[in-house]
Structure formats: structure tokens, C-alpha cells
Design a protein around this ligand. Structure first.
Ligand SMILES: Cc1ncc(COP(=O)(O)O)c(C=O)c1O
Length: 441
């Protein structure tokens, strides 16, 4: 059993000055308490107690090349030495924009920000400006950042969700102004018939449909059949002149260099990328077709930010893209992820009865989701609510004890720094954990 004594002390100290002892809500939930980390290198992360973990959290996705990739660090060091922020333009920023313009199908024009949340917020603003309408449609179980208008329609216990055809828009947090939900329409994911019917009724007031192209934040559920759902959304948006927004904060640079829009062959009007873009340095991009980005270009829609497109982050993004392209990283991410899912399925059985442990592994491979459920497939958020989450929490804690770090809500991320040996090791450790859990531990 690893010791977490130094982390415990630091967490207690942190709780006196950092609210909840952390700087992001999602960091609260590690066991036995939030851990303090000292170093990340390649596929490993080491905590202050000296415990070393094979890391499948990748800092919730950004570390697509693993921790501390030398080419990224060298690019950041050089760019930092040349200056950090100019409150003005710089060449690297232009080079990054030209590069993204080449690789992302919808990226005719773009603007850089720091986080996915901000860029999602800007996407809705732009869609409103272009269409002259206020409402947006989103889907249960999708996450589009933590800002007010997006902090609703996510989460919520099964009994609060209301009828499937007309789900309740539930607030995720206190502190939202009254009426915050007035512009949000909410539907289950992957049901084109419901989208069609809802849009018909609300087309005159709908500015945008926003969706993760793969529902990474709940169950890592792909679009139906396999891209008919996304194509259907595209057709509906075209028919009613509604902006189609892909939130590619997770899928971006991970499913393909050009994101899910390249992978599925469906081009949105606007898209948001973040996370894996710069290997952990803060940058996001809102990009889109000229017509939709024009209001920002001509200054009728304001987008701003003191810290936007700082040299080190931009340099990190360029270096990350160089490695992704040069080393054909995506083939590797798919192969490793699928090997891992396949292996986990194989070892998930009770060693005595040889009955399979009811685990569902779902997702394309570069990221995937694991959850305990007898379902053979999850289609929407409501399906994921039937997963046995306490059992998964026990699984994550047991994996951590054996040196494997996972995200508590079930998502696994693969990086270019993982190897077949790492994957096979994780499978074998999981097999051990499954057999102990079958004994009721
Ligand atoms: C799909 C999606 N959109 C937006 C966000 C928000 O991005 P950020 O945390 O950079 O604000 C996230 C974060 O996890 C995300 O997964």
C-alpha cells in the first residue's frame, strides 16, 4: 500500500489557502485525497511521496505526447527567451494559424484563447451575432466548459432529468442568475428524430446546435452509424440556417490532426479546440467558416484576452503538431487504445466462476471509457447513469495502489509516450484487480 503522507500534509496546508485545497473542481476527487505531484516524464508521473504511476489521465487529455516531451520543452524555452507576451502580433502565432487553416477543415478564420470554456462561450456569441437568434441546443452528458450559460444541462441525477423527449435543464452549480436557462434547449444525444422535431418547433429562435462530435465526457459514446447523426445535424443546420458548433476540445488533434471533423467527414460552421493542442500549455482556438468568424474579423463581435496567444503556448502548439505529423502518432494511439480495450475485456472475468465481469469499454481508442454495466452499448447519457460508479471508484483506487493512474469518471487517454509494454502491463494489473474485486474486495 503506497504512502501518501507528504501529499496529505500538503493538502491540509493547501486547504487553508486554496478553496477546497485545489485549483479546479475536478482535482478534488482523487483518493485518498488530492495528491501533490512532483514530476511528469513520458508516460510516468511521480507524486511528492515518491510513488510513481503509469499515467492514463494525461492531465485530463492535454498530454498527447506524454509528459515533458523534449521537443516541446525546447520550443517553449526558445520562445520564452525571445519574449512572452507582446500585446501585439508575432510570427509564430501567424504560422500556427496558417498551419491550423491547412489541417482543420472548417478553420478558414480563427482566434486564439486560453481555455476551452472561453472559446465555447465565444462560439455561442458568434452564432448569435450571425443568425440574430438567441437560443442554442445542446445534449445531455456533453460538457462545454464551466461558464454560466454552459453550466446547465450537464450532470443531474437520473430522477431529476425529466422526460427523455423534453429533459429538464438542471443547473450544475449555485450562483447562476435567475433565467440563466432561458436560451438553452436540451436533448438526448444520438436521436436525430428528436433533434429534427425540436428544431422544427424552435428554428425561428435557434442560433446554434453545439455538440461534442464524440460524447467523450459521458461514456465516450460515438455518433450513431457511424457519422449519420453528425451528418444529420449538418443537414438540419443547413436547412434552417443554424450554426453547427463542434466542441473538439477532446477530439481535436486526438482522433485525427484535423479533429473529428476530418475523421467523420462532417464540417461544422464553428469549432473549438484546446487540450491536446499544446501539450499542456494554455491555448485554445475558436475557428470557423468565414461567414461565421467575420463578425470577429470586422469587430462587431468582441473577442479579447490579455494572455491570448503567448509565445510559449504557441511554440508548444507548433512543436506538438510537428511531432504528431512527423511521427504519424494517430496510428499508434488507435492501435494502443484498441489493444488496451481488447485486453481489458479479456481479463475482466471472475477467476472462480469464469463469468465475465460486466464492464463496457467504449470509444475509438486514443481515448475510451470504461464502466461497470451489463449494457453492451451505451447510446446516450441516460445509459451511462446506470453504470456502477462506486465499483469503478474501487477499481480506480486499486489500480492506483498498483501504480496505475486513471481518471475517476472512467475516461482513459493514450499518449505517444505509451508503449505496447505499458498497455500489456496495465491489462495484467487490471486482471489482478478484477479477480480481487470478484472476491468482494
Ligand atoms: C468537450 C469539452 N469542452 C470544453 C471543455 C472546457 O475546456 P477547459 O477546461 O480548457 O476550459 C472541456 C474540458 O474538459 C471539454 O472536455
Amino acid at each position: 500500500m503506497p504512502s501518501y503522507e507528504k501529499s496529505k500534509e500538503l493538502h491540509e496546508r493547501a486547504s487553508r489557502v486554496l478553496a477546497g485545497g485545489v485549483s479546479s473542481e475536478f482535482r478534488r476527487f482523487s483518493t485518498p485525497h488530492p495528491l501533490f505531484y512532483a514530476k511528469g516524464q513520458g508516460n510516468r508521473i511521480v507524486d511528492v511521496d515518491g510513488n510513481e504511476f503509469l499515467d492514463f489521465t494525461l492531465s485530463q487529455g492535454p498530454l498527447i505526447l506524454g509528459h515533458s516531451h523534449p521537443e516541446v520543452l525546447a520550443a517553449v524555452a526558445k520562445a520564452s527567451a525571445d519574449g512572452q507576451l507582446f500585446a501585439g502580433q508575432h510570427l509564430l502565432e501567424l504560422e500556427l494559424a496558417e498551419r491550423l487553416n491547412r489541417i482543420i477543415p472548417c478553420a478558414e478564420l480563427m482566434r486564439f484563447s486560453l481555455s476551452g470554456s472561453e472559446a465555447d462561450h465565444a462560439a455561442i456569441r458568434v452564432a448569435r451575432a450571425v443568425t440574430g437568434r438567441d437560443k442554442f441546443l445542446r445534449f445531455e452528458g456533453h460538457y462545454h466548459g464551466w461558464l454560466d450559460e454552459m453550466a446547465q444541462g450537464i450532470g443531474g441525477a437520473a430522477e431529476l432529468l425529466g422526460p427523455r423527449e423534453r429533459p429538464n435543464v438542471i443547473s450544475w452549480t449555485k450562483g447562476l442568475p435567475a433565467g440563466n436557462d432561458r436560451n438553452c434547449l436540451l436533448l438526448p444525444w444520438n436521436d436525430l428524430g428528436l433533434v429534427e422535431a425540436t428544431v422544427q418547433q424552435h428554428a425561428h429562435e435557434l442560433a446554434a446546435i453545439i455538440t461534442e462530435p464524440v460524447m467523450c465526457n459521458s461514456g465516450c459514446i460515438p455518433p450513431d452509424a457511424p457519422s449519420a447523426f453528425l451528418r444529420g445535424l449538418r443537414e438540419i443546420c443547413d436547412r434552417y440556417d443554424i450554426a453547427l458548433i463542434f466542441d473538439e476540445v477532446i477530439t481535436g488533434f486526438r482522433l485525427a490532426l484535423g479533429g473529428a471533423q476530418e475523421y467523420y467527414g462532417v464540417t461544422p460552421d464553428l469549432a473549438v479546440f484546446g487540450k491536446a493542442m499544446a501539450s499542456g500549455y494554455p491555448i485554445s482556438v475558436l475557428c470557423g467558416r468565414k461567414r461565421f468568424m467575420q463578425p470577429i474579423a470586422d469587430g462587431t463581435v468582441i473577442h479579447a484576452g490579455t494572455m491570448n496567444s503567448g509565445q510559449p503556448s504557441v511554440a508548444a502548439a507548433l512543436a506538438t503538431l510537428n511531432v504528431l505529423e512527423r511521427d504519424r502518432v494517430h496510428e499508434r494511439l488507435f492501435a494502443l487504445g484498441q489493444r488496451l480495450m481488447w485486453g481489458l475485456r479479456n481479463v475482466a472475468c471472475d477467476p472462480v466462476t469464469l463469468e465475465p465481469v460486466p464492464i463496457l469499454l467504449q470509444g475509438p481508442g486514443p481515448m475510451f471509457h470504461a464502466g461497470f454495466t451489463p449494457l453492451e452499448k451505451a447510446r446516450d447519457y441516460r445509459d451511462t447513469l446506470r453504470y456502477d460508479k462506486p465499483r469503478y471508484a474501487r477499481f480506480v483506487a486499486a489500480m492506483q495502489e498498483r501504480g496505475i493512474r486513471l481518471i475517476g469518471r472512467g475516461l482513459w487517454y493514450i499518449s505517444a509516450a505509451h508503449t505496447e509494454a505499458d498497455v500489456d502491463h496495465a491489462i495484467s494489473v487490471a486482471g489482478d484487480v478484477f479477480s480481487r474485486m470478484a472476491d468482494g474486495n
